[in-house]
Design a protein around this ligand. Structure first.
Ligand SMILES: *[C@@H]1O[C@H](CO)[C@@H](O)[C@H](O)[C@H]1NC(C)=O
Ligand SMILES: *[C@@H]1O[C@H](CO)[C@@H](O)[C@H](O)[C@H]1NC(C)=O
Ligand SMILES: *[C@@H]1O[C@H](CO)[C@@H](O)[C@H](O)[C@H]1NC(C)=O
Ligand SMILES: *[C@@H]1O[C@H](CO)[C@@H](O)[C@H](O)[C@H]1NC(C)=O
Ligand SMILES: *[C@@H]1O[C@H](CO)[C@@H](O)[C@H](O)[C@H]1NC(C)=O
Ligand SMILES: *[C@@H]1O[C@H](CO)[C@@H](O)[C@H](O)[C@H]1NC(C)=O
Ligand SMILES: *[C@@H]1O[C@H](CO)[C@@H](O)[C@H](O)[C@H]1NC(C)=O
Ligand SMILES: *[C@@H]1O[C@H](CO)[C@@H](O)[C@H](O)[C@H]1NC(C)=O
Ligand SMILES: *[C@@H]1O[C@H](CO)[C@@H](O)[C@H](O)[C@H]1NC(C)=O
Ligand SMILES: *[C@@H]1O[C@H](CO)[C@@H](O)[C@H](O)[C@H]1NC(C)=O
Length: 839
């Protein structure tokens, strides 16, 4: 989602001290390392990565971390020299909207001045303090730091429960009566009326709830908590409002306030002399009730055992990540850290809220924090299809169940609320990707199909949060007109170009599910045909605009088009990375233009299903390559936002897979590295992380299709064991060179047989195949023939004898897509998916 531009593009200076792999056919095996040693949660904790760097389980709801007062839309904690205002239990990761969640913050004092509870500071703005910079420690399931007050705080979590430990070192002048406060707050100060807290005099147990706003959506939600304490006898307790506190009052209900800013309020507990083990605060959270928050906490962390909770969290993470092993031979540890940290972040969000959804009763799983699918469909969700098919299956079931109960698939969803749609109805792409890759277990594909067809056919009342707008025009003129006449529904009437491109692809996604389900020939035909609508806004004589005062030299770009079929105009460079016009408005603003968070230049490549026709429109494969080079070399594209991802690998379609390999090494690690500011944009859940992970194993998905584009892994080998079939797929480099000079595939074998296609399908993973790539330092003819290219709806044309093989007739080439479609529909995959075909 959110754009977060960094205009300074530092030249890549990258050298490795590693030694060359000596014998690639007999590599040192690397079974001995712990994958978690290479997870660094602080990557992306500065300069707008907005990652959640704290303690959580995979997909966990409880996410404990220190909250800072950074100006970013951070996932709680930032490493930008900010102040800590509290320690809260719910977060999102990588967000771009507003800072998300951060509810119910604890804050510690070793003592209150004058031994008076009114000597402690309560409001966030007054109490926040620095943390000791080198004290920050984060590992899977753990986060800790020392505040400048000397108090040391660390934390771990179970699924719905955080466990915080506050230590008051003996050096502190006075820690004879520490105080912990619990603030009814969140990161974006969105608390509404009736925030309530109660503290139990005898035990100090605090329960409460408050209504908050989602960070990038509509509506509101209520969250509940239950906090218990252990480690020292209780001295007294009570509530605070604004700057004042009293042990005489145990209950509090607050209005939001009269001036738009929530009045600080909450509860406190004071303790008598804690021991050196400190005080433990166990905070259960729930979207249903305080009672459920308490029972979550009691069942998940019954005895306040910090070490055991941390150990469990740690081993859950290890189990999740372990199925991907690589050869560490000659590899700098920074490469491994970049890789495994990216993988880790793909499992932080979405969050598993099963059992915590108060909106409807269902036995289906419920996931939330799809933040947002516009970002997630491109590589994060496809990555989980490889590494954690069991969970992605549950996420898909949750999406379909959301449709069942709310009437629409979400495009973005957080904290039980509808999030804003950025372009297409991109859950269609997610469902197609899952469907063609054979996910089945418990997925009701008939209902899933109804859901995607509804996106294509029925315009919602408010299409800013679901479905699509402009459907009448979509069906009649075959594009989304600029300044459309659209009375059927309401939404932000911008982005006509990017919406046309995304809706085209959404319709292609639907056609694929229709083809697979069978018995829907007319639908296959209709949606395949509509998937060609992108051509209706393609203006053959449109010039590409001026770069550095000089015409780009390219013609033929999409343009806004009125309902009366006359073309309008948007400079193809507007909202590109090199657009310096301060008046350009590029996001969801009412005044924004016809492309969302990127330029026509970049969007013009977004025809993932019909690269052959696009390449022809661009003047053939050589011209296409020149144009793609121009996009990257002139920094028109911005790798910190998701539309750029596929452009790195689209050279494959022009028969130049070598150039994709070169580009991915250009961006990694120059734009994705292990520093705190090592992400070029918001992580958007783990979208950036998945880009790194897929690029480094050398198989990048064209999401929504059964296609992975092959480039050499960044390791001598990578092995991925399917958690479903237990079969291991290996991709291995011969002549591997850790200084990355040999990044060009010369030849390949698949399970020992010569393999010339520059792409592979998902059966590689489910059936545990072995792909062996022989590398060299120069581009070769491998993967360059028309027959080697990935499937495309249209016909590959204009490929000379060096690329493409001159003997294929246009009719035969037209068969390429259909054959691929048929083969993917008839191939048995590891999962039992074809049961649906008959049904
Ligand atoms: C590489 O390993 C294979 C298998 O162990 C062995 O047969 C071959 O001689 C080795 N080659 C070199 C150059 O060491
Ligand atoms: C890899 O090395 C470990 C430890 O030396 C050994 O136990 C294991 O069998 C080896 N695995 C393979 C696949 O060679
Ligand atoms: C930390 O808080 C202090 C006191 O309010 C403030 O002066 C300072 O600017 C804050 N630091 C940052 C980085 O926001
Ligand atoms: C707050 O409580 C009052 C009284 O019960 C109720 O009328 C009001 O709707 C509540 N407001 C919110 C935002 O829940
Ligand atoms: C405080 O709240 C608790 C729980 O809702 C309730 O049982 C108790 O009666 C309240 N006490 C007062 C003084 O209102
Ligand atoms: C189509 O509509 C646009 C925008 O209102 C207008 O500028 C243009 O002249 C119209 N074209 C024709 C042929 O009427
Ligand atoms: C690391 O990545 C960040 C974000 O893209 C970039 O600004 C920085 O220059 C990179 N650092 C190196 C050493 O390449
Ligand atoms: C995969 O391995 C796990 C753990 O060894 C086992 O429980 C499971 O039954 C295996 N699944 C299959 C399909 O072989
Ligand atoms: C050209 O492609 C056809 C069809 O894929 C194939 O049978 C033939 O062997 C190829 N010829 C050459 C010279 O590569
Ligand atoms: C392709 O090969 C054929 C047969 O060898 C030759 O006649 C033709 O000129 C070649 N075309 C190109 C574009 O090189």
């Amino acid at each position: 989602m959110g754009i977060n531009r960094h205009f300074s593009l530092l030249a890549l200076v990258f050298s490795l001290s590693g030694t060359r792999a000596q014998n690639s056919t007999n590599p040192t095996n690397s079974t001995s390392y712990d994958v978690l040693d290479y997870v660094d949660q602080l990557i992306g904790s500065a300069k707008g990565g907005n990652v959640f760097p704290g303690a959580t389980l995979p997909y966990g709801m409880a996410k404990a971390v220190a909250d800072t007062d950074s100006g970013s839309n951070q996932g709680g904690f930032t490493t930008e020299g900010d102040n800590v205002s509290g320690f809260s239990s719910l977060h999102d990761s990588g967000t771009g909207g507003s800072p998300s969640l951060g509810n119910f913050a604890l804050f510690p004092y070793a003592s209150c001045p004058g031994d008076d509870v009114n000597g402690c500071k309560y409001p966030k703005a007054a109490r926040k303090i620095k943390y000791v910079e080198n004290s920050v420690k984060a590992s899977p399931g753990y986060f800790g730091l020392q505040l400048s007050s000397g108090v040391h705080v660390d934390m771990t979590t179970a699924q719905h429960t955080s466990l915080f430990r506050f230590k008051f070192p003996s050096e502190l002048a006075d820690s004879s009566s520490p105080l912990l406060l619990m603030d009814l707050t969140d990161l974006q100060d969105s608390r509404q009326d009736n925030g309530t807290v109660t503290v139990d005099e005898a035990t100090g147990r605090m329960t409460g709830n408050a209504r908050f706003l989602p960070s990038f959506g509509i509506g509101n939600f209520v969250l509940y908590f239950c906090a218990d304490f252990q480690g020292a006898p209780i001295r007294d307790n009570g509530i605070f409002v604004n700057t004042r506190a009293s042990a005489d009052v145990k209950n509090l209900t607050l209005a939001r306030s009269i001036n738009g800013y929530p009045l600080p309020g909450g509860a406190f507990v004071r303790f008598k002399s804690p021991g050196s083990d400190g005080i433990l605060a166990r905070v259960g959270v729930s979207y249903k009730s305080s009672k459920q928050a308490c029972s979550n906490a009691e069942s998940e962390i019954p005895s306040f055992d910090f070490a055991a909770t941390q150990k469990t969290a740690n081993s859950m993470w290890r189990d999740k990540i372990n199925p991907i092993r690589v050869s560490t031979d000659g590899i700098d540890s920074s490469i491994l850290t970049n890789f495994y940290s990216g993988i880790y972040r793909t499992m932080v969000n979405p969050q598993d809220y099963t059992g915590e959804n108060p909106l409807w009763e269902s036995s289906e799983p419920y996931f939330d924090s799809f933040y947002c699918i516009w970002d997630l469909f491109r590589s994060q969700m496809p990555f989980l299809t490889v590494l954690d098919p069991v969970t992605i299956t549950r996420q898909v079931r949750s999406l379909i169940d959301t449709y069942r109960h709310l009437g629409w698939l979400p495009d973005c969803r957080m904290s039980l609320c509808k999030g804003y749609t950025q372009g297409g109805s991109n859950a269609d792409n997610v469902l197609a990707d899952a469907y063609i890759k054979g996910l089945s277990d418990g997925i009701d594909w008939e209902t899933g199909y109804q859901a995607v067809v509804k996106d294509a056919e029925v315009e919602p009342y408010f299409w800013s949060v679901e479905g699509r707008g402009g459907l009448d025009s979509w069906k009649s003129v075959g594009y989304i007109p600029v300044e459309d006449f659209d009375y059927k529904g309401t939404g932000t009437m911008t982005r006509s170009v990017s919406r046309t491109l995304e809706y085209s692809y959404n319709d292609f996604a639907i056609s694929q599910i229709a083809a697979g389900l069978g018995g829907r020939d007319s639908h296959v035909e209709k949606y395949t045909s509509r998937s060609g609508n992108w051509q209706n806004i393609f203006k053959p004589d449109q010039k590409g605009g001026n770069v550095g005062g000089k015409d780009s030299g390219f013609t033929g770009f999409p343009q806004p088009r009125y309902l009366n079929k006359t073309f309008g105009f948007q400079d193809p460079l507007t909202c590109s990375n090199i657009d310096t016009n301060p008046n350009s408005v590029c996001s969801l603003q009412r005044t924004a233009g016809e492309t969302f968070e990127s330029s026509i230049w970049e969007y013009s490549f977004f025809v993932p299903h019909d690269q052959a026709t696009l390449i022809t429109k661009f003047g053939g494969p050589d011209a296409f390559v020149k144009r793609l080079d121009y996009l990257h070399d002139n920094k028109i594209t911005y790798i910190g936002n998701e539309p750029a991802f596929l452009t790195v690998f689209q050279y494959h379609y022009a028969g130049r897979p070598a150039l994709s390999a070169k580009r991915s090494h250009f961006y990694i690690p120059a734009f994705f590295n292990i520093t705190h500011d090592g992400l070029p944009g918001n992580d958007d859940s783990g979208a950036m992380g998945s880009f790194v992970a897929f690029s480094m194993i050398g198989l990048f998905p064209n999401p929504g299709q059964n296609v992975y584009l092959i480039t050499p892994p960044f390791f001598e080998r990578a092995t991925i064991t399917s958690p479903v079939t237990n079969k291991s797929a290996t991709i291995r480099n011969i002549n591997f060179d850790p200084s990355y000079k040999n990044i060009y595939i010369q030849s390949a074998t698949l399970d020992g047989e010569p393999y010339t296609k520059n792409w592979i399908d998902h059966s590689f993973f489910t059936e545990g195949k072995e792909l062996v790539l022989t590398l060299g330092s120069a581009e070769s003819s491998w993967g360059t023939q028309v027959a080697d290219l990935p499937p495309s709806l249209g016909t590959y044309q204009g490929y000379g004898n060096s690329t493409g093989n001159g003997t294929t007739t246009p009719e035969k080439r037209a068969q390429v897509f259909e054959d691929a479609l048929i083969s993917r529909l008839t191939e048995k995959t590891g999962a039992n998916y074809w049961a649906h075909e008959e049904g």
